[in-house]
Design a protein around this ligand. Structure first.
Ligand SMILES: Cc1cc2nc3c(=O)[nH]c(=O)nc-3n(C[C@H](O)[C@H](O)[C@H](O)COP(=O)(O)OP(=O)(O)OC[C@H]3O[C@@H](n4cnc5c(N)ncnc54)[C@H](O)[C@@H]3O)c2cc1C
Length: 477
């Protein structure tokens, strides 16, 4: 049985603790702050059922599960998982960053390098292998939380001596597992996912920070996990006014662990700083996960190029050469990312019998996606002019005959009706100007790490020797 949208919704009614707008809510699945985004995820599961040939595979035990759980043991498998990610991204036109294929891709990249875990600890490697089998068999939706909360960034977590559990750390270990307390900065999709993978990415100091050097996975309804949701952009958003906010607000939540027991069979790294970083840096975790990210980003840029062209057409400026140049620039960004995506899935490196996407290409994506996105928004805003504000205040205005009469006389376009024009302009606003759009701007800038980090890591990864060899060819001694 492939996991359907309905089964996902049933499983999600798990009694987890979520706080929003001063309340601890029950039944978040039907709550107006989360319900539409949750339905968008359910639609993804249903899409997969309908397109099982290209979106799923059969395991050795006969289970039919999502392709993003498959290890890329042939070049074709890497290409197939890339295409599946692209197809899923198209269903949300690139606006759901943490769709259910994101974090499993990270775990897949750990499994391709399981020998690293084995050389660290046979028990922890078994825990990871068994967890992967369990989560994939159930086709779980996982989110992840790696980053420590901001506080004093000049100190490591252990140097916050007045509050050593500001960042999530171990309180005690016992025969059953470890008890953890403290915070992880953000888990996008914590209201939407079944479980969370917790890791650590921030530099930690030997001898001070071992208690924070952990990785584990737990269900989001585990006793003691408190999900502190940010403002919901779908809450109160009429889909006709906010077509994106109302459907794809995947939410970001701070996670507070109030003395949570994590069983040993779900602990993958325990109090080991080097291993904690190596599970991300020295495996295929980042690159397989980023392949999904790159597919989604390319789809989003194609959507934004199409949206801008539609707006220019409605405004009758499409044939102006300078406008064509701006639109071409948007299309070029989209094609650039698509080309990167294609080379990533078609030019892998072989490691341990697995076909692994190239790290330098994916680090390029991280850097470029951060620098392109503000330009894309800038171009669309420039093309939009005041048209994205010369709009009725909400759908309610269209239901008032007096206002509707004025709208019909004023929202003129040669190629669209007044209502079509209003709807399109509202979509543009939701993509570039609404609070949802602003959050997306921040997402593209930070989700893969702050720009100083992505650039710093790219600097280390790039093949400087080969580029310097070119310089040597023409240097005059
Ligand atoms: C919308 C959104 C969703 C997210 N979702 C998730 C998620 O699901 N899971 C998850 O684990 N994380 C998530 N994150 C967190 C994300 O990974 C972090 O924002 C990112 O790693 C940067 O860390 P930070 O925000 O603590 O910024 P900081 O590290 O505090 O940096 C902020 C700024 O301070 C300056 N700065 C700080 N240190 C330095 C330095 N050493 N050198 C130079 N400049 C410096 C830079 O200007 C930098 O941009 C999300 C973030 C956003 C915005």
């Amino acid at each position: 049985m492939i996991r359907t949208g309905e089964r996902y919704l049933d499983d999600l009614r798990d009694g987890r603790t979520i706080f929003i707008n001063g309340e601890k809510i029950t039944n978040h699945v039907d709550h107006p702050a989360f319900r539409n985004a949750i339905r968008s995820v359910a639609n993804l599961y249903d899409y997969k059922v309908k397109h099982a040939d290209s979106m799923t595979f059969k395991t050795e035990t006969g289970e039919q599960i999502s392709l993003h759980w498959e290890l890329p043991s042939t070049p074709e498998k890497l290409v197939a998982r890339g295409h599946a990610a692209y197809e899923w991204a198209k269903q949300t036109v690139g606006w759901l960053g943490r769709s259910p294929d994101y974090t499993p891709s990270a775990l897949t990249g750990m499994l391709t390098h399981i020998e690293l875990f084995e050389s660290y600890s046979q028990e922890r490697a078994d825990a990871l292998r068994n967890y992967f089998a369990y989560a994939s068999e159930k086709d779980l939706y996982l989110t992840y939380a790696l980053i420590s909360p901001q506080g004093d960034r000049s100190k490591t977590p252990g140097e916050h001596t007045k509050n050593i559990y500001h960042t999530l750390g171990v309180v005690e270990k016992n025969a059953k597992g470890i008890v953890v307390r403290g915070t992880k900065m953000l888990a996008t999709g914590a209201a939407l996912a079944d479980e969370v993978f917790v890791g650590t990415h921030y530099p930690l100091k030997q001898g001070i920070d071992e208690r924070y050097a952990l990785s584990f996975a737990v269900p989001l309804n585990t006793d003691g996990i408190k999900i502190i949701s940010r403002q919901s952009y779908e809450l109160g958003a009429n889909p006709k006014d906010y077509p994106l906010s109302s459907r794809f607000d995947e939410n970001d939540s701070m996670l507070y662990f109030d003395d949570v027991l994590v069983p040993w069979e779900r602990v993958f790294v325990f109090e080991d700083i080097e291993m904690c970083l190596r599970q991300l840096d020295s495996t295929a975790t980042e690159v397989i996960m980023d392949t999904q990210g790159l597919a989604r980003y390319a789809v989003k840029l194609h959507f934004l190029a199409g949206l801008a062209q539609n707006m220019a057409e409605i405004n009758g400026v499409c044939q102006i050469p300078a406008v064509k140049e701006s639109l071409a620039q948007l299309a070029c960004y989209a094609m650039n990312m698509e080309a990167l995506f294609k080379s990533v899935i078609h030019c892998p490196k072989i490691y341990n019998g697995f076909y692994i996407p190239d790290k330098t290409l994916l680090y390029t994506y991280r850097v470029m996606s951060q620098s392109i996105y503000p330009n894309v928004l800038g171009i669309i805003r420039k093309l939009a002019g005041g048209g994205i504000l010369m709009l009725p205040s909400s759908e309610a205005d269209l239901e008032n005959d007096e206002i509707l009469g004025i709208i019909e006389k004023t929202q003129y376009s040669s190629v669209a009706s007044p209502i079509e024009r209003v709807r399109l302009m509202r979509l543009v606003w939701d993509a570039v100007g609404s609070e949802f759009a602003s959050r997306h701007h921040q997402y593209e800038l930070f989700y893969a790490g702050a720009p100083y980090q992505t650039l710093g890591r790219f600097y280390k990864q790039y093949d400087w020797e080969s580029s310097r060899a070119l310089v040597e060819k023409v240097k005059i001694p």
